[in-house]
Write a protein that binds this ligand. Structure first.
Ligand code: HGY
Ligand code: MN
Ligand code: MN
Length: 398
């Protein structure tokens, strides 16, 4: 049997309906939201129809299990608060299409909370042993809901954790989420390695006060602390980072966030990523030293939330070679090997088995935005590469 591109696209568009934002093709499907759980139940049904055994684990990871030993393929189906329709979903539906059309045993997975409503790639981090369940259950989202409370919404579906030894490897197809392929006019990216990440929250606490009567030299203004921290950090990173290094302050909670009140407290997210584990450590030292210096200078109290992190990881050479073979067959000389600047579940799964990843272009490099999109030709080309790679691996294993 061979793949059915129309069935593949139809399921991709069906999945998009769960949490459709009504803006472009965007979705709002955060982990454990009603839309996420409904989408997972629909996926479980499609897995059953494909002859796979649907299996939810205690954190809401959904597997479609082939009998015996199999190749695991998939990604995640939860989204960012303002998510694209393909981020994660593409890898899950592509895996389903390969599983139901291949003569090879292929299992499918949709990991939970890859987008980190609670942690960082939380569902696969717990499954792979990278994050103890007890520790994960204490993690909270931006509104203070714990992971443990959120996952209880799926408790009655859980059949326990799946034994990783039943899988001989993991392949994840994903959109690039960056500009490289689109800018080069190339159709396929075979991932060489995935960057590492650190993510934590930092809080500066000063003195809330009246915005009209408090002289500037007497203020202990939390926003000024954040502003000085950010300016100094950008300056101090200059000699440490490379053009590929990224760092982001993506969420800022300023308290009490009122125009006539000097803010007394700011809690903000601090995230940094690089392909070099030592550079991630060096950056952490600079972050903590700069925060302490600013707190001392502005008489602020400084505190940190839990730091989560993943190390950079290289893709498996054998699985990667199968994807390269497929890429050359499907899109001759129109593909490249490349690193992943985005984080993926494959990083966690690499603790347990060989992993590899395949990219298709993101139009204008946009992702984590309702406007995220990829041409149908490129989506189908990626699926064809997976099909060739599975055949190549089968040929290799016989
Ligand atoms: O942030 C990431 O890299 C992933 O898309 N969650
Ligand atoms: Mn993703
Ligand atoms: Mn994402």
């Amino acid at each position: 049997m061979s793949i059915d591109p129309n069935r593949f696209l139809a399921d991709l568009h069906k999945l998009r309906e769960f949490g459709a934002s009504g803006i472009g093709k965007g979705v709002v499907r955060p982990a454990y939201s009603p839309a996420d759980i409904a989408a997972r139940k629909w996926l479980a049904g499609r897995m059953g129809e494909a002859g796979l055994e649907p299996h939810f684990d205690p954190v809401g990871n959904l597997f479609g299990l082939a009998p015996g030993t199999s190749l695991l393929m998939g990604s995640h189906s939860d989204s960012q608060p303002e998510g694209g329709w393909l981020d994660g979903a593409l890898g899950v539906i592509a895996a389903l299409e390969i599983a139901r059309s291949s003569d090879q045993p292929i299992s499918v997975v949709s990991f939970q909370d890859e987008e980190g409503r609670f942690g960082v790639t939380t569902g696969s981090a717990v499954w792979s042993g990278g994050l103890p369940l007890e520790q994960a259950d204490q993690l909270t989202d931006g509104s203070g809901i714990t992971f443990g409370a959120a996952r209880s919404a799926m408790a009655e579906l859980s059949k326990g954790f799946v034994e990783p030894s039943r899988f001989r490897g993991f392949i994840e197809m994903h959109i690039e989420q960056g500009p490289a392929l689109d800018a080069a006019g190339q159709q396929i990216g075979v991932v060489s390695d995935i960057v590492g990440i650190r993510d934590m929250s930092i809080t500066f606490e000063g003195q809330q006060n009246h915005a009209g009567t408090t002289p500037m030299h007497l203020r202990r203004d939390a926003f000024q602390a954040l502003s000085l921290f950010n300016a100094r950090l950008n300056d101090r990173f200059r000699n440490v980072v490379t053009p590929q290094t990224v760092w982001t302050i993506g969420r800022v909670d300023l308290h009490p966030n009122a125009s006539s009140i000097v803010p007394g407290r700011v809690r903000f997210s601090m995230q940094w990523r690089d392909g070099d584990g030592d550079r991630l450590i060096r950056m952490e030292e600079i972050i903590r030293a700069t925060a302490q210096q600013v707190a001392d200078e502005l008489s602020m109290t400084l505190s940190y939330g839990p730091m989560l992190g993943l190390e950079p990881v290289a893709m498996d050479p054998i699985l990667r070679a199968a994807l390269e073979l497929g890429a050359e067959q499907v899109s001759p000389e129109n593909w490249r090997g490349m690193p992943s600047g985005a984080l993926h579940d494959a990083t966690n799964v690499a603790r347990l088995m060989p992993v590899a990843m395949l990219f298709v272009p993101s139009i204008d490099g946009i992702s984590h935005d309702f406007a995220e999109d990829t041409t149908e030709d490129d989506l189908i080309a990626g699926l064809c590469v997976l099909e060739h790679a599975v055949r190549a691996l089968a040929g290799r294993s016989e």
